[in-house]
Design a protein around this ligand. Sequence first.
Ligand code: DLL
Length: 437
Amino acid sequence: MNYQYWHPKMETLPRADLEAWQLARLKDTAAYALRTPFYKERLTRAGIREADDIKSLEDLKRIPFTTKHDLRDAFPYGMLSVPRDEVIRLHASSGTTGTPTTIYFNREDIRRWSGFVARCIYGTGCNKSDVFQNMITYGLFTGGLGFHAGGEEVGMLVIPSGAGNTTRQFKLMQDFGTTVVHATPSFLLHVESRMKEEGVSRDSLRLKRAFAGAEPYSEDTRRRIEELLGIDVYNSYGLSEMNGPGVAFECQAKNGLHLWEDGYIAEIIDPETLEPVPEGETGELVLTILCREATPILRYRTRDISGFSTGPCPCGRTHRRIRRITGRTDDMLIINGVNLFPSQIEEVIMGIKEAGNNYLIVVEKDGSLDRLTVKTEIGPDIFMDDSRPLNALREKIRKTLQASITINPKVELHEKGALPVSEGKAKRVQDNRPKEV
Ligand code: DLL
């Protein structure tokens, strides 16, 4: 494989140099953080009154974690560390679960962010001859503008199609010969299942690659999208608190996501004890941003569950890789005392080829017990009026799920297109149990 690097020197920097870079950048970031009342108080209490009080990367551990709660408390301007006039953009989380969190960027911050996204895109083998259709939400969400800028930086022809409207997406793909798309994995699956109805054949498209992220998905889902569309799918990870996309990305070796350590310091902790887990073990990802002046965030608890991949990557990059994120610590369902992550269900469904591309997990109370129902669309080769294959599929899903999750779910099969589709992040779980107070 001929691996290509956007920033060859930085992407293959020896570890010692990378750590020296991180230390210098951590000091810069702390200097900006000390300008905000929130961090001034926190850092001073940790014995860091000025940036030079940080002598080594180990000193990071003296700084307390930052949580989503802290960012909300600081809304709207409490985390801003440069004069308002220097800020040229903001992005915000949707705020559907409470006060939104806002991140500010100055010109340099935007430039650096675009550079990281360009690095991700280029590392998958794209170049300026590509036509890139960005099928993700623009606006306050970082996925649209983040990838847009990265794509332009690489020099690709960027089509800012945004999410939704599959008919128009197909038209754009055909008119302009789109070679690369970016979307959530659930939207990619939806696009694929609409192809037949829209009379679009795979051969009428010139697609080669897709970037898929913004929500968890399994290796089986990746494989399904790759096989159905005949393309390469690359996993893309990021979060708005850390700019958005461009934090970690798969290279062409596709064995873990390189986390750009010149832009971020990553730690994996045990979410209960808050201590670091042994190297390679799974835990909660904690990130410190090193590439943003206007909103520095130190030791942010992402709630995302992952771990470092071990061993070097054949691509030659020195930046450590994290494993595919399986979910969030706050995603976990407890069904009659058994812990369950939605990703475990997804893995089973996507591994059964007769099952369709969409599913929904419903949890309800049945007396004092919890009841789990998994609603699944059927694949194109099965018909709702043909009861034998239908019953066989239902039983196959039920048995495989039971063996995997040790809970016996009810399985409901639905016609293709019957379950709700989201243009952005998929809402896979409906927990209808009364909330405990
Ligand atoms: O989703 C940024 C983004 C846009 C990433 C486009 C990739 C592509 P938020 O809306 O703040 O930002 O949501 C961040 O989404 O903490 C994870 O829980 C989840 N997430 C993002 N990427 C992945 C991924 C954007 N590849 C939250 N795998 C994160 C699993 C992901 N989960």
